[in-house]
Write a protein that binds this ligand. Structure first.
Ligand code: MTE
Ligand code: HPA
Ligand code: MOS
Length: 787
């Protein structure tokens, strides 16, 4: 046999025990140690090449209007400046809109939001570029800006036409219903606040080629856009992403602009160019979660069963469409959450405002729809005087029923999951204890809520549901894995490596995953819609199976056995012959196969089956399956100050058969906290001039370790996915964010206790202490009006 590295455990030892780290095991994230030690390299940690320049954008100082004068002479004259770019200097395509046109790299004679990039400057140092960007002399003819959803609705200002989904006849159902109620909720957006900001590093190569290191969830789109902007074929550009310090949707489309700018500079100057947005620029220049203004009218029975619903959702898209069409659609898809609304009409507006173009954020509009379902259910409970959990149970979907977009409900395990959580967390006992507590305490009030999640898994645009993977097996039995998915901390690289280890039944340390690059796996989709492991796991499995088939065929011929006599076990290939077993170390076997001219490399592919959606009729099966979960949160508010804390949270979440329980639980914990932050402390505010007022960590408050619930339990609902996903697992990335809704419902429950649960308090989000206090005072005013 050939040389085997001393870093590889001897095969004899590997034979004596099961292979380590295969799928389903609680393996630490592949970079966990490096994350903790600080040795995991992000783009700004890469050693800078000699001659590297730094680019910074020059931003508008108004929200809306024409540019009367743009004098860049002072920018050119600034120390260290090497080049300045405006829209006219872009050699190829100037519009980098991901789905619809409209996203120009720089403003074209007019400004549509405060902070919009007008030009970019590149200098010897980042500080010099920052200073130079401020030197431009710009004069504007200011126009009236549209800065709110309400204003946009009133002005009919939309980035795209409204879309409607319908089931039955909502108007007729409402007219007949014995009880009617209506309500509204304003749900504010959220800043992604990834720890590593947007960054790209463009390095020119030979023959007009370009290597771009980019912190992006979508390397293929960045590759394509850079090529278009430079006016070169796509094969000239190679985009590499080893890891992101978080993406959360914010790097699905909005990493591209900075990659394009850096690449144009790099081409013009034939020097490496880095463009890194500092935190404030990042917050001002890139899109966030969409705010939503939601309204409903419901018809219900006296018992609180929903008969019909008329729902209007309006998303705050900013000045261009970006991904807003799909995001508002996903809000509409999730407005029923776990409940059969029966005759339903849902209309979704895409409001155009003079603010930065909003984009993907974990859940992709789903959370903004889902919270409204929970809001409606709580309102019904107050109206009919029942426990909110009982009203929820009354309205659950049942298998065989149909959503308002025509997807039938199947494998609906939610009632059972909730039953389990309800018992495990002592919901009923605590409900009584809270009533007693509230009766005894004049100022402190407690609230409790148990809320479910049903989240659709798949990109709603069918063609995006595909992935590729590249697997090389080397002669010593070590394996190199590459796939189209990107690593943003969610553990995708670890999970897909586990799939490969599982397929060959080899130790995980035999599998090496390297950076995602567009020259290894081409034409990939964004790592988004939680489908990274579903898609890339299957693609990697497909590649492994191709190689395995070749190896088994070869072994059968070579050892004169049938293919059924060959198996992969404990890092070995086992040949059964004449009642005896021959165990050949995997590394020896692959060397043998190589010597017999067997290809040990394969490119795998996967496309999700069963899904289709016709947007014209708004019907189909957009989702391969649903991920489920439920959370129960208990809070305590101070009715004198509005301050609160989360005393306890219990989460039970469905990840099918987990690929990696440790990583899945991490995703659920992180998702819960991120969702709670969205609905409690994170407040995005624009001032009257359209300037982002909360543009730094000083004014925008993300949750910290002290905000974690005092008692926090997260468990997996261990049940294989009924659909044929990779090892019957389920996607985990986005859904757990929506467990944060239970905290908001619990806060509302605590506030409602002030007026003896007789009315539903208006509690727009984020439910900051100030909003909680206002809601409490509104309840107290009702009490005194009654008295
Ligand atoms: N987890 C971490 N640590 N960092 C992230 O940026 N992004 C979330 C989720 N979990 C994110 C994360 C979002 S928005 C998505 S769509 C999924 O991860 C994407 O990865 P997956 O499809 O591999 O789950
Ligand atoms: N989810 C996330 N990202 C997306 C989607 C989606 O459904 N569609 C396009 N990008
Ligand atoms: Mo996630 S919002 O689909 O990147």
């Amino acid at each position: 046999m050939t040389f085997t590295s001393s870093r590889v455990t001897p095969w004899a030892e590997r034979r004596a025990r099961p292979a380590k780290g295969k799928s389903g095991r609680e393996l630490a994230h592949e970079s966990a140690e490096k994350h903790v030690l600080g040795t995991a390299a992000y783009i700004d940690d890469l050693p800078e090449l000699a001659g590297t320049l730094h680019a910074v954008a020059g931003k508008s100082t108004i929200a809306c209007g024409k540019i009367r004068k743009l004098d860049l002479a002072p920018v050119w004259a600034s120390p260290g400046v090497v080049d300045v770019l405006t829209l006219a200097d872009i050699p190829g395509e100037k519009d980098i809109g991901p789905v619809y046109k409209g996203d120009l790299i720089f403003a074209d004679g007019r400004v549509d939001f405060h902070g919009q990039a007008l030009f970019a400057v590149v200098a010897e140092s980042f500080e010099q570029a920052k200073r130079a960007a401020l030197a431009a002399v710009v004069e504007y003819d200011e126009e009236d800006a549209i800065l709110s959803v309400e204003h946009a609705l009133q002005q009919n200002s939309f980035v795209n036409p409204a879309h409607t989904m319908q089931k039955g006849d909502a108007a007729a159902a409402l007219a007949k219903a014995p009880v009617r109620l209506s309500g509204s909720l304003y749900v504010r957006g959220q800043e992604q606040f990834y720890l590593e900001g947007q960054i790209s590093y463009a390095i020119p190569g030979e023959d007009g080629s370009m290597k771009v290191h980019c912190s992006t969830q979508h390397p293929s789109e960045v590759q394509k856009l850079v090529a278009e902007v430079l006016d070169v074929p796509i094969n000239h550009i190679n985009v590499e992403v080893r890891r992101m310090g978080g993406g959360f949707g914010g790097k699905e489309t909005q990493a591209a602009q900075w990659a394009c700018i850096a690449s144009v500079f790099a081409t013009r100057l034939n020097r490496p160019v880095k463009m890194r947005l500092d935190r404030q620029d990042d917050m001002v220049l890139t899109g966030k979660r969409h705010d939503f203004l939601n309204r409903y009218e419901l018809g219900i029975t006296e018992e609180g069963k929903i008969l019909g619903a008329d729902i209007e959702l309006a998303g705050f898209c900013g000045y261009t469409a970006d991904l807003s069409d799909a995001i508002v659609d996903r809000a509409m898809f999730h407005v029923d959450n776990a409940y059969n609304l029966h005759d339903t009409r849902v209309i979704g507006h895409r409001c155009r405002t003079n603010t930065v173009s909003n984009t993907a954020f974990r859940g992709f509009g789903g959370p903004q729809g889902m919270i409204f379902a929970e809001c409606m259910l709580d309102d019904i409970a107050r109206k009919v005087g029942k426990d909110p959990l009982d009203v929820r149970k009354l309205n659950y979907y049942q298998d065989g029923e149909c959503t308002h977009y025509g997807q039938p409900i199947e494998h609906f395990i939610l009632p059972e999951l909730i039953e389990t959580l309800e018992k495990d967390c002592d919901y009923r006992v605590r409900r009584e204890a809270i009533k007693t507590f509230n009766a005894q305490n004049p100022f402190k009030k407690r609230g409790l809520a148990l809320t479910p999640i049903r989240f659709g898994i798949s990109f709603t645009l069918q063609f995006l549901n595909q992935a590729g993977a590249l697997v090389h097996v080397y002669t010593d039995g070590s394996v190199h894995l590459n796939h189209g998915g990107t690593e943003m901390g969610q553990g995708l690289y670890t999970k897909v490596a586990q799939v490969v280890a599982n397929e060959f039944d080899i130790d995980i340390d035999m599998v090496m995953v390297s950076a995602t690059t567009t020259d290894k796996v081409p034409n990939t989709s964004a790592t988004a819609a939680s489908s990274g492991s579903d898609l890339n796991g299957k693609a990697a499995q497909n590649a492994c199976q191709m190689i395995k088939t070749r190896l088994v065929d070869f072994a059968a011929k070579h050892f004169s056995v049938t293919t059924g006599d060959v198996r992969f076990e404990n890092n070995h290939v086992v040949i059964s012959k004449d009642g005896k077993e021959e165990w050949i170390a995997f590394g020896e076997f692959t060397d043998l196969a190589y010597r017999n001219r067997i290809s040990l490399s394969a490119a795998g592919f996967y496309s999700t089956p069963k899904i289709h959606y016709d947007r014209k009729t708004a019907t189909g099966r957009p989702f391969f399956y649903y991920a489920f979960g439920a959370a129960c949160s208990e809070v305590e508010i101070d009715t004198l100050t509005g301050e609160y804390k989360v005393l306890r949270a219990d989460v039970l979440h469905d990840v099918g058969t987990s690929l990696n329980p440790a990583i899945d639980i991490g995703q659920i914990e992180g998702g819960f906290i991120q969702g709670m932050g969205w609905l409690t402390t994170e407040e995005l505010l624009w001032d009257a001039k359209g300037r982002l007022a909360s543009a730094s960590a000083a004014t925008y408050k993300i949750p910290t370790s002290v905000d974690i619930p005092v008692h926090f339990s997260v468990r997996l609902f261990d049940r294989p996915n009924s659909e044929d996903t990779i090892y019957n697992s389920k996607a985990v990335g986005e859904p757990p964010l929506m467990h944060g809704i239970s905290v908001w419902c619990a806060l509302r429950d605590a506030v409602a206790s002030v007026a003896d649960y007789k009315v539903s308090p208006q509690l727009d989000t984020p439910a900051t202490p100030e909003r909680v206090l206002n809601a409490v005072m509104a309840m107290q005013a009702l009490n005194s009006a009654e008295a």
